[in-house]
Design a protein around this ligand. Structure first.
Ligand code: PLP
Length: 400
């Protein structure tokens, strides 16, 4: 029989996949399940971006490119960082991969030795912990409660750093909770990091453009230039331009790290897709108004979902600053019983109940390292969201 390698056994099967499989099985059985799990925009890649890809194909841009991004693609990334973040990177300080996920994977593969620790403020994107483990590192989850807006504070960071700490991950706005850091909120964390020169920072800025209520986006390398020589700033086109399937992401940071990441990429994918790079160049350098239009759509959905959840008995939802997720507490329904007599003890129990009895698929907070919560992705139509929220409210009202 097949025996998976130790590094794979360490991470197990993703809970999100398990829930998605279950939801799809119910759907196949003819049940009208609404799935609020997917972390991807529900609109199509804008036409000018698709057209740029077609032109690239016709032109014959169908060969391997430079392994960590074509010169034109790197120039587009350079322009993006200057325009949006006032960050200046040389082309050899930029790495392009098959999605932000591959860039993060490359960075950890290139930097972690066995037992090195990576600080993950919780709730965090599940993949961080899994990638750290595949690369032989140790994820160190630091629970960041709602009282501080799900944000890490300076004292928590100081307490979490050990001689084995290699990286601090920051993800603003956050998947799964939508929390974002202002420059003023990043500054005290940067102060702590300045006292610990061996700790590097990975800023995952993939939701940069999905930020509401006039909040200004901030990223560590720009807030504290003295951290620039140990910060990898990661971003991508998936979320801002609805390009999840094109698989293009990028990172910028110190040359030596970027070179080591290129070594990893050279022996995995060789280079990102040439056609996708052409599309991403158009996304980053073309007209940007689509980004603002989508943000307004997402904001209307956020407002609707947050208000609806807060009306449901036993639920409580903080207003997220960005991304397209709500992260609501279900503490108020735990200890209650469903009509069929099942006792709800954990957020996973609540999510199973929602799926089984009310046909709404959401993801428990425990998957992201913080319970008892559940995540809704509201990157879906308002009609679906209205129906889903009505079902969730009915589920809460039905508890005994
Ligand atoms: N970072 C975060 C926080 C995400 O939520 C995701 C996607 O879900 C990614 C990175 C990966 O994005 P990409 O499609 O660029 O690999």
């Amino acid at each position: 029989a097949f025996e998976p390698a130790q590094r794979v056994r360490a991470i197990g099967v993703s809970e999100i996949l398990r829930i998605t499989d279950h939801a799809n099985a119910l759907k196949r059985a003819g049940r009208p399940v609404i799935v609020l799990g997917a972390g991807e925009p529900d609109f199509d890649t804008p036409e000018p971006i698709r057209a740029a890809a077609s032109r690239a194909m016709e032109r014959g841009d169908t060969r391997y490119t430079v392994l960590d991004g074509s010169p034109a693609m790197k120039a587009a990334v350079q322009l993006k960082f200057r325009r949006d973040n006032v960050l200046d990177f040389a082309l050899d300080e930029i790495s392009v991969g098959a999605g932000a996920k591959q860039v993060i994977f490359n960075a950890l593969m290139a930097s972690l030795n066995p037992g090195d620790e990576v600080i993950l403020p919780a709730p965090y994107w599940t993949s961080y912990a899994d990638i750290v483990q595949i690369c032989g590192g140790v994820p160190v989850s630091v629970p960041c409660g709602e009282t501080n807006g799900f944000r890490l504070d300076a004292a928590q960071l100081e307490a979490a750093i050990t001689p084995r700490t290699r990286w601090l991950f920051l993800n603003s706005p956050s998947n799964p909770c939508g929390a974002a850091y202002s420059a003023a909120q990043l500054a005290p964390l940067c102060e702590v990091l300045l006292r610990h020169p061996k700790v590097w920072v990975l800023a995952d800025d993939i939701y940069e453009h999905i930020l509401y209520d006039g909040h200004a986006f901030a990223t560590p390398a720009a807030v504290e230039p003295r951290l620039r020589d140990r910060t990898l700033t990661v971003n991508g086109v998936s979320k801002a331009y609805a390009m999840t399937g094109w698989r293009v992401g990028y990172g910028a940071g110190p040359r030596a790290l970027i070179a080591a990441m290129a070594v990893v990429q050279s022996q995995s994918t060789s280079c990102p897709s040439s056609v996708s790079q052409a599309a991403a160049i158009e996304a980053l350098t073309g007209p940007q108004q689509v980004v603002a239009e989508r943000r307004n759509d997402f904001q209307a959905r956020r407002d609707f979902v947050v208000a609806a959840l807060n009306r449901a008995p036993g639920l409580h939802c903080r207003v997220p600053e960005g991304a397209f997720y709500t992260f609501a507490s279900c503490a108020g329904v735990l200890g209650r019983r469903t009509r069929s007599g099942a006792l709800l003890q954990t957020d996973s129990d609540f999510c199973s109940y929602l799926l089984q009895d009310f046909e709404v698929a959401v993801v428990p907070g425990s998957v992201f390292g913080l319970a008892p919560y559940f995540r809704i992705s509201y990157a879906t139509s308002m009609a679906q969201l209205e129906e889903a929220c009505a079902r969730i409210a009915a589920a809460c009202e039905a508890l005994e």
